[in-house]
Write a protein that binds this ligand. Structure first.
Ligand code: COA
Length: 259
């Protein structure tokens, strides 16, 4: 991207993507959505990157939603094209490596949908989450009506979607919308520690775990169990499996390569 609304840094095997538009509470405009799809493609292809973190710049917001300014005057045809060609939610869902969302503030609408497309959500105590689209006379368009009920159950999802209410991080934790809440000052330290711990595991195992767990939301149980067994067989053929088993037997730490 020519501008700096998306920052990417790589430390060891962990990539950190920062949506950097704090004056607009990191609202997702078309450029950011397109750029994010491109960044995910690049990180997917980079074998050195094993885990990704996504967060928002500044202290106020993760992402306060789609850029509402872009809605005004836009034709339905254009809106449909934008939602199809820069579908960052599907791109995040399809990304094969573990992704942790570091929710550092407002996490609303498309921001909440982006976080829900990640694998693990860790929020700061100051974060506020919600799907306020109903207040604009629209509904979530990035998976909110589908991923939210799968995470929190139908009734709780309806409540959030019908009212558009924002909830604090503590409530998001209680309903299962986020997985951990930490003091704001500790957020990135905690997320980096978790990401680094995951990055030390076998990339082969991580990839298959992710694909199997993702499939659990889409497939009947017996099909999912079959898929799991197939992945188990594939992982069994990996050098990482040979290394993991050997390291255990030799009482040392394994060194995984992802092969
Ligand atoms: N799209 C575009 N701009 C947004 C935005 C969004 N989703 N959310 C915030 N902004 C902009 C504001 O317009 C404002 O810009 P300005 O300074 O040029 O006027 C700036 O970000 C700061 O937001 P502001 O509303 O002044 O902050 P606040 O602390 O008073 O309120 C929110 C914070 C999150 C409650 C409020 O910004 C809000 O309701 N945002 C929209 C949330 C939403 O409906 N998201 C779903 C979209 S589908």
């Amino acid at each position: 991207m020519a501008d700096d609304t998306l920052l990417t840094g790589i430390d060891g095997h962990v990539a950190t993507i920062t949506i950097n538009r704090p004056d607009k509470l990191n609202a997702l405009n078309e450029a950011i959505r397109g750029g994010l799809c491109g960044v995910l493609d690049r990180l997917e292809a980079d074998a050195n990157v094993r885990v990704a973190i996504i967060t928002g710049a500044g202290e106020k917001a993760f992402v306060a939603g789609a850029d509402i300014g872009e809605f005004e005057g836009r034709s339905p045809i254009t809106q449909h094209r934008v939602m199809t060609t820069t579908n960052v939610f599907d791109a995040m869902d399809a990304f094969s490596k573990p992704v942790v969302a570091a929710i550092n503030g407002f996490c609303l609408g498309g921001g909440c949908e982006l976080a829900m497309a990640c694998d693990i959500r860790i929020a700061s105590e100051t974060a506020k989450l919600g799907q306020p689209e109903v207040n604009l006379g629209i509904l979530p368009g990035g998976g909110g009506t589908q991923r939210l009920p799968r995470l929190v159950g139908l009734g709780t999802a309806f409540k959030l979607l019908y009212t558009g209410d924002l909830i604090p991080a503590s409530e998001a934790l209680r309903i299962g919308l986020v997985d951990e809440v930490v003091p704001a000052a500790d957020l990135m330290t905690r997320v980096r520690a978790l990401a680094t711990a995951i990055a030390a595991k076998s990339p082969v195992a991580l990839r298959y775990i992710k694909e199997a767990v993702r499939a659990s939301a889409r497939t009947p149980l017996d099909e999912g169990l079959r898929l799991e067994r197939s992945f188990f067989g594939l992982a069994f053929a990996s050098r990482d499996k040979a290394e993991g088993v050997q390291a255990f037997l030799e009482k040392r730490k394994p060194e995984f390569t992802g092969a």
